[in-house]
Design a protein around this ligand. Structure first.
Ligand code: GTP
Ligand code: ZN
Length: 288
């Protein structure tokens, strides 16, 4: 049996990178019931002629829901320093979506040529929350090498809201337009312009994946108690609350609110937490 990773799912076939020069075109065994995602690591039986059968999935380390991608080693949330202007709640929602998937993301501010001061403000803020923040400009090339150096041996995903310059940034990082990939050359399909998630194989063991349609979870569906886990900077202070059921909103003797008062938790983060908590509680009230 051979181990490999699903790079692309197309027309019912899974294209698997086994480290060989060519991808292996696989179908799944009928008895295999689990849904297979792009990024999944699996065991295949090779049938020769770059064809194979998927025998089973290796355990998943994490999985994004939208788009569905498994086993992301690192994820960058891209924001713009300006146009579109960043905002804390939007970025918090994207960070929460990653944390929910089991991914502690990094943050990258693009368009720093337009407003470096604001990018630095955000960098300092999110560094205090425990996130690595990178300042770049796809226009000038500033900071791009630092990102490139983080890629070898990893599967890296890039996500972010529309218009932040994700395509420009990826083109800079990859040194070529996003719509032409080595993967599609390998499959022999040449140029393609569809934007479903497809992993680009840069080098052995180095993958880059775009996340078209990446958007925040519908947090209303979460349980109130699940929410704090999505804010690692606040979770760290929750151990000392008087009530084990504390939602850190209006309960007395709350160690999260104490940390907020002492400036150990930043107000904007707590505000994001409360905003989402309120929408969850509102949904619960309405469903009774
Ligand atoms: N000043 C400046 N403009 C940039 C930079 N990066 C991208 N842009 C511009 O921002 C606009 C959006 O860039 P795209 O790369 O298309 O952005 P995108 O995030 O892929 O956009 P979607 O396709 O909507 O997801 C374009 O007009 C780019 O020229 C940058 O670093 N600085
Ligand atoms: Zn509390």
């Amino acid at each position: 049996m051979t181990k490999g990773r699903v790079i692309k799912n197309y027309n019912g076939f899974y294209y698997v990178d086994t480290g060989a020069a060519d991808l292996t075109e696989c179908r799944r065994r009928g008895k295999l019931k689990t849904k297979i995602l792009v990024g999944d690591e699996l065991e295949i039986t090779e049938l020769g002629d770059n064809k194979g059968v998927i025998e089973g999935l290796l355990p998943r380390r994490n999985a994004l829901r939208r788009p569905a991608i498994a086993n992301i080693d690192q994820m960058f949330i891209i924001m713009a320093a300006q146009s579109p202007d960043p905002n804390y709640f939007l970025l918090d929602q994207m960070l929460m979506t990653c944390e929910y998937a089991g991914i502690h993301p990094k943050v990258c501010f693009n368009k720093c040529d337009l407003n470096r001061d604001r990018a630095e403000e955000y960098r300092d803020f999110y560094a205090k929350c425990g996130y690595d923040v990178y300042l770049v400009s796809a226009a000038t090339g500033d900071g791009i090498d630092v990102i490139k150096d983080l890629l070898p041996g990893q599967m890296t995903a890039f996500g972010g809201p529309s218009g932040v310059g994700k395509s420009s940034l990826l083109a800079r990082i990859l040194g070529r337009p996003l719509t032409v990939g080595r993967v599609s050359e390998k499959i022999g399909r040449g140029r393609h312009t569809t934007r479903h998630s497809e992993i680009m194989l840069l080098d052995e063991g180095t993958y880059v994946v775009d996340t078209p349609g990446f958007s925040a979870l519908e947090f209303e569906q979460l349980e109130p108690r699940e929410l704090l886990r999505l804010f690692p900077d606040m979770l760290a202070y929750s151990g000392g609350c008087r009530f084990s059921s504390c939602l850190h909103r209006s309960e007395p003797d709350c160690s999260v609110k104490a940390a907020l008062a002492e400036g150990k938790i930043q107000q904007e983060r707590y505000d994001s937490y409360c905003k989402v908590l309120d929408s969850i509680l509102e949904r619960k009230r309405n469903s009774w």
